[in-house]
Design a protein around this ligand. Sequence first.
Ligand code: NAP
Length: 316
Amino acid sequence: MKVVIPGGTGQVGTILDRALTAAGHDVVLLTRSPKGDRQVHWDGSAPGDWVKEIDGSDVVINLAGRSVSCRYTAKNLEAMMRSRVDSALVVGGAIAAAARPPKVWLQMSTATIYAHRFDAANDEDSGLIGGDEPGVPAYWAYSVKIARNWEAAQEQATTPGTRKVALRSAMVMSPDRGGVFDVLSRLARLGLGGPVAGGRQYVSWIHDRDFVNAIQFLIERDDLAGPVNVAAPGPLPHRDFMRALRSAARMPVGLPATKWMAELGAFAIRSDTELLLKSRRVVPARLTDAGFTFDHPRWQGAADDLASRQRSTHPR
Ligand SMILES: NC(=O)c1ccc[n+]([C@@H]2O[C@H](COP(=O)([O-])OP(=O)(O)OC[C@H]3O[C@@H](n4cnc5c(N)ncnc54)[C@H](OP(=O)(O)O)[C@@H]3O)[C@@H](O)[C@H]2O)c1
């Protein structure tokens, strides 16, 4: 198959490119800074020569979006919104105009679309969409608005020949340098892998190999369209998540951090505490109902596997 991945140069794109290329597919990445012959220039907001890559392709997986690991200033939030909505609109336009449209368009969305909650897990049918939870910072609603507008841009595209799936993905955990798992396990090894703000908040996650398998499953399964939660079936409270991570990183202790310490730390690394403090409790009902099985449904097993791959690929 020819698979076109707009925004495919980042963490998730690298995982997919590696796996789909190894499986024998022809993968083309759309990027603002192309390097090499499998990368094609686009600007993420207007049609250009790149639309020829979409015409005649089999699958489009749009991952483009300004990184969310930043301070949530008004300027950054606007860039997070525009880069996601504009890229989804322009990809939809290219598919709509194609003489030979792809059979499926997988559009990245996020598990962050669901409400901050502890009482029950969010699946696609009964889950609560966030935005008006009491007692959380008002700006958290903006992340939900980004996700809703991102999905709406795909929903509104008129692409009758192309199945559309919105990937409500949790954090994708891989041993790659600079990825979320790498950063968290480095903190754990420094003794800083304790719970933050009490650690009651749920963490949703997915192992990289399950992520790739889920994408391949969604490409193949013609009967699945619309929003799909791409998350392991075992989300868990942050304190248990960190305990398993410490055990995988072979570091028995982890300093707990209060909310204000997290604020300070996030400020220091130019990130935002919403990523740590929001309770993301998401389960993959549509995938499991459709018969998808996870190799790593539980976090301890997944973390042990990731840590052991990390040690073998870049030993310290
Ligand atoms: N990583 C996760 O665990 C996770 C979980 C859920 C959802 N997501 C979402 O999935 C997508 C991919 O995640 P990722 O971790 O791979 O992100 P990433 O490493 O930040 O990569 C995103 C890519 O988007 C492109 N991009 C950035 N700003 C852009 C802009 N203004 N216009 C057009 N393209 C732009 C960049 O490509 P170029 O610089 O090459 O153009 C970049 O490589 C993101 O939208 C993210 O929010 C990620």
